[in-house]
Design a protein around this ligand. Structure first.
Ligand code: NAD
Ligand code: LMR
Length: 339
């Protein structure tokens, strides 16, 4: 209508935008799947020199798609130009894990990138910029970004475990033969790695007679403690084996889910998993970037408190925390060697 006042565009940075997640993600953002169907966006796409021409091609396709919400596209290899005034930063840039590679192999390549980009964001992004780190090792890259961008509020720095969360919902949906939209409140604790702990103890199925416990409906604790664990933990590796490339469309979709819930809020009684800076909740070392159940309101996340943790869960939650502490020290060793 004529009285409608257009919202100011939100500037969204996507690093590694010429890569395969980038290619799936930027059209989702430009269609409003991340920030809403009435929220105009300006895309800042960063990649490195060898990918500059491909990046230019992505920009051409974005123009050709004539997305009504897309108010501008910057395609650049200049990190300062890319970070300028951004409100949302989705950090996908880096080297992906290939078949046969361990996560530690990708570590040394990627933490140095995150240290450098921390400074660019700190100096040039909008003061309230929300950051989502996707590139692996996602939690530890986010930790390095947080430590080298001390003026960015630590609550604004997160990493992606929503893909693992969605994978867990998907497996329960398949197992119980219910639509995935009716499964809620799984939790992925810890690291976005094979030590993550997918926890269905508090998960429920939404039915017309109220919420029903997944644990009771599955009626097989052994499945929840074994197969369910390994399928979700190993799903990234299974996709790499099948596609010879790491997950991309599901990653892009999870990125949109993560940011949308953070910005627009989660629905009452529902939580999601996000890698966030630990405040010591559930006995997890403060300062680690650890995946917790969170609910979001008014653009802020908070860790869901008071969930009962049994002995099995405790051990799994501590094991994945231990891996993150080790990754942190490996990351610092890599950065030392860089000098
Ligand atoms: P890709 O190789 O297709 O794309 C990565 C892009 O990053 C490339 O275009 C590359 O040129 C670019 N890049 C490299 N260094 C850069 C730098 N310094 N600055 C900007 N861009 C840079 O990889 P992909 O499949 O899109 O995956 C991207 C990352 O996401 C990988 O690290 C992958 O392991 C990770 N990943 C994470 C999750 C998750 O759930 N957290 C899921 C899937 C993939
Ligand atoms: C994924 O979860 O699909 C990616 O993080 C791939 C990987 O490196 O495991």
């Amino acid at each position: 209508s004529f009285t409608h006042v257009d919202k100011e565009p939100v500037i969204v940075l996507v690093t590694g935008a010429a890569g395969q997640i980038g290619y799936a993600l930027v059209p989702m953002i430009a269609r409003g799947l991340m920030l809403g169907p009435d929220q105009p966006v300006i895309l800042h796409m960063l990649d490195i020199e060898p990918a500059a021409e491909a990046l230019e091609g992505v920009k051409m396709e974005l123009i050709d798609a004539a997305f009504p919400l897309l108010k501008g596209v910057v395609a650049t290899t200049d990190v300062v130009e890319a970070c300028m005034n951004v409100n949302i930063a989705v950090m996908v840039g880096g080297f992906p894990r290939k078949e046969g590679m361990e996560r530690k192999d990708v570590m040394s390549k990627n933490v140095a990138i995150y240290k450098a980009q921390a400074s660019a964001l700190e100096q040039h992004a909008a003061a309230d910029c929300k950051v989502l780190v996707v590139a692996n090792p996602a939690n530890t890259n986010a930790l390095i970004l947080k430590e080298f961008a001390p003026s960015i509020p630590e609550k604004n720095i997160t990493c992606l475990t929503r893909l693992d969360h969605n994978r867990a919902l998907g497996q329960i949906s398949e197992r119980l033969n219910v639509p995935v939209s009716e499964v809620k409140n799984v939790i992925v604790w810890g690291n976005h790695s094979s030590t993550q702990y997918p926890d269905a103890n508090h998960a429920t199925i939404i039915t017309s007679n109220g919420d029903k416990s997944v644990r009771e409906l599955v009626a097989d604790d052994n499945w929840l403690k074994t197969e369910f664990q390994s399928i979700v933990q190993q799903r990234g590796a299974a996709i790499i084996k099948a596609r010879k490339l790491s997950s991309a469309l599901s990653a892009a979709s999870a990125i949109c889910d993560h940011m949308r819930d953070w910005v627009h809020g989660t629905s009452t009684g529902t939580w999601v998993s996000m890698g966030v800076c630990s405040d010591g909740s559930y006995g997890i070392e403060p300062g680690l970037i650890y995946s917790f159940p969170v609910s979001c309101q008014n653009g802020k996340w908070s860790i869901v408190q008071g969930l009962k943790i049994d002995e099995f869960s405790r051990a799994k939650m501590d094991a994945t925390a231990k891996e993150l502490i080790e990754e942190k020290s490996t990351a610092y060793t890599c950065l030392e060697l860089e000098k």
